[in-house]
Design a binder for this molecule. Sequence first.
Ligand code: CMC
Length: 435
Amino acid sequence: MSGTADGSVTITRDGTNQSIRLPLLAGTIGPEVADIRKLYSDFGIFTFDPGYGGTAACESKITYIDGDEGVLLYRGYPIEQLAEQSTFLEVAHLLLNGELPNKAEAEDFHQGVMLHTMLHEQLRSFYNGFRRDAHPMAVMCGVVGALSAFYHDSLDINNPEHRRISAFRLIAKVPTIAAWTYKYAIGQPFVYPRNDLNYAENFLYMMNAVPAEPYQVSPVLARAMDLILILHADHEQNASTSTVRLAGSTGANPFACIAAGIASLWGPAHGGANEAVLKMLGEIGTPEKAREFMARVKDKQSHTRLMGFGHRVYKNYDPRAKIMQQTCHAVLAELGIKDDPLFDLAMEMEQIALKDDYFISRKLYPNVDFYSGIILKAMGFPTSMFTVLFAVARTVGWISQWKEMVEDPTNRIGRPRQLYTGAPMRDYVPVGQRG
Ligand code: CMC
């Protein structure tokens, strides 16, 4: 493929004069994109890109990542500025509607979301169908998917008002579902939401309060929670977001699409990594064993990865990991934890990795999950809830991306093709004649 001056690239089949000109599309920032939509119909070939490393699957105005520079923008705003100055619901408004809200809009949005925090009472009985030791992500997949069986009045995806209410319902109800998942696992009564609290406070309240005594949400922990939610709110076309878009492209309802996103997030290569990091640090145990573990990571036969390191897009420090590391210091200090062995071990692992040629040559840096688990553990969350928290935050990104796709007039069903390497056409052989 060769670049041409008039904003196109031309592909020529070797040894022939057959060629096709592909227009180049330019975004606001980021690399140009070759438009291959007519490549098959006009030239008879597919493109091959397993893992989609070089494929722009959609046009989007929501989130931008420059992986080489370690830049993450939500609607153009750097994540560092949002993390420092904004709140999660303000960020949710930004992602969903494109702009930061003014004061009146922020109040409306807050009320609009918080109005929907309760669950249909019958959803309570869903929990009883699960084993108490079920993984919370399994419960999340089931209960969030079940929302579509309860909120029939907002399922018309072609109705903007239905889309708006469904988005509010998802953003509002997912923390309640998540907190109840935890309460069910530990055998405590479900705690109903409190709409006088802010989003993060309400979530911590539902997680930690019990009916027997008053519970005061720590403002420092609520701020840390809010920050964690902001950092995880959206991340361009990652696996779970692409899953939501693919499911949504068929016309499936938003609750079903978000349940699909939750399933995709669960894997250890994606959102499940925060849980995996903690397990890994627990297994390593002490900084003295760090180098031994690193040797295992570099031995390809061991199939061991340094969890919380590496990223498909970031070939530099993940900007979210930097903020997480700083927050980790603040949260541990607030909680009066002077020496946290896991944090010390994580810092030691990071230092070893950043100086090691294996990691340097492959551009492997800490990602958002490397430090988030340590903060969440210090805040009292059990490891199995880490990915659930990721899902709570990412619901905003998923629903924003889903909405953008449904409102895009060029949207059509996502239907990738393949490079078929199976048997060519052959005739059926009756069982008695098979060798
Ligand atoms: N530890 C050791 N080696 C690694 C790691 C790691 N964490 N990540 C990548 N590599 C190696 C990999 O073995 C390969 O080496 P070689 O070129 O010799 O074959 C090279 O680096 C490129 O890796 P890749 O698997 O082709 O990269 P990818 O873009 O397909 O995978 C990733 C990205 C995030 C799945 C991967 O880096 C990984 O498995 N990391 C650990 C899991 C993790 O922390 N995931 C969270 C990602 S960020 C949050 C989120 O998305 O939810």
